[in-house]
Design a protein around this ligand. Structure first.
Ligand SMILES: NC(=O)c1ccc[n+]([C@@H]2O[C@H](COP(=O)([O-])OP(=O)(O)OC[C@H]3O[C@@H](n4cnc5c(N)ncnc54)[C@H](OP(=O)(O)O)[C@@H]3O)[C@@H](O)[C@H]2O)c1
Length: 324
């Protein structure tokens, strides 16, 4: 009893000592600044996304589907794009039924088209613009992956991946850009990959398409800044989706297997939440990868020979596994 009350009075004394020290207002002030910053971020997010017309490509599955959900919940007027009409209709139904009592939400629109068909993209862009009259945010998310050796891959497969991942995003962006320039506002986001910054063996077609994507959107950012248009490039590491299942192989057939790395990847909902946050904060270039891929990005620039050595030994190991 005696010890308990003396311990209490000691801690009370320590608290009094701390509150009267010169550090106390400093700590209190820092907490206040952080809280104010968080509040400002939330207000900014609310104003940037609420009522904004947001186009999401590849909305029928994986990351695109999660982006649709989080932007819808944040009050966006969505235009969902993909090839699979039924899956898009299901998502429209699901989101229309998911009304939020705290925020005004809208039933999404949808436009189906094949992004790798440049002519189809041009007429789809007209349809997209007709949905709400303009586009505030374009999220170029759709993509396909690839597995194979360069030796055994048809050039046609390289073209197919490039047509989808690179020219699809370029064509849609270019088709919607004039209306953004005219309004002197807009935000164009693209989902690239950590493989847009480093190339790993047996992914040549995919890595090349994502490197091209990074380069195009970096150029675009610089060119459209004067019109008040923002550009964000997202470079995630592995995400738990069907990307590897839908990947093409060297002869154009479907890979149809869920890779271990993809199965153990990050939750697509978490990535979509980070994207929502970063679009609201108008972040220009976001690497969403773990420690090793992030280190690899730095090694590629600062110590290329070490990076090449690691990639060559990775290629040898993967080939050995395949051959065994
Ligand atoms: N999963 C990962 O580990 C990972 C890592 C880094 C980056 N990424 C990137 O994240 C993005 C989303 O991929 P995901 O992981 O969500 O894969 P996913 O589940 O396979 O989704 C791909 C989406 O792209 C659409 N798509 C594919 N080909 C199309 C075409 N020709 N025309 C129109 N739409 C097409 C698909 O829609 P339909 O089938 O309805 O056409 C689907 O909605 C991709 O750009 C991918 O490169 C993924």
């Amino acid at each position: 009893m005696f010890f308990q009350s003396s311990r209490r009075s000691v801690s009370k004394g320590k608290l009094m000592e701390f509150t009267s020290s010169p550090f106390f207002p400093l700590v209190l002030g820092s907490i206040g600044v952080v809280a104010l910053y968080q509040l400002l971020l939330r207000v900014r997010q609310k104003t940037h996304i609420q009522d904004a017309v947001v186009v999401v490509t590849g909305a029928s599955s994986g990351l695109g589907r999660e982006c649709a959900k989080v932007f819808h919940a944040a009050g966006a007027r969505l235009v969902l794009c993909g090839r699979d009409k039924e899956r898009l209709q299901d998502l429209v139904k699901e989101l229309t039924g998911a009304a939020d009592s705290q925020r005004k939400t809208y039933p999404p629109s949808m436009v189906t088209f094949d992004l790798s068909d440049t002519e189809a993209v041009a007429s789809a862009a007209v349809e997209v613009l007709q949905c709400f009259g303009h586009v505030d945010i374009l999220i170029n998310n759709a993509g396909i992956s690839y597995r194979g050796t360069i030796l055994e891959t048809d050039v046609q497969v390289h073209k197919q991946v490039m047509d989808m991942n690179y020219f699809g995003a370029v064509a849609l962006t270019k088709a919607l850009l004039p209306s953004m320039v005219q309004r002197r506002s807009g935000h164009i986001a693209v989902v690239s990959s950590v493989q847009g910054k480093i190339a790993i063996p047996f992914r040549s077609a995919y890595a090349a398409s994502k490197h091209a994507t990074q380069a195009f959107f970096d150029c675009l950012r610089a060119e459209v800044e004067k019109f008040g248009i923002e550009v964000s490039v997202f470079s995630p590491g592995y995400i738990r989706t069907n990307l590897s299942v839908n990947a093409v192989t060297g002869n154009g057939s479907k890979y149809s297997a869920l890779d271990k790395n993809t199965a153990e990847g990050r939750d697509p909902h978490d990535i979509a939440m980070v994207m929502l946050n970063c679009v609201s904060r108008k972040k220009k270039d976001v690497l969403l990868a773990g420690v090793f891929p992030t280190l690899a990005v730095y090694f590629r620039t600062l110590c290329p020979s070490l990076f090449f050595f690691i990639m060559a030994s990775r290629a040898r190991k993967e080939q050995k596994l395949k051959d065994s």
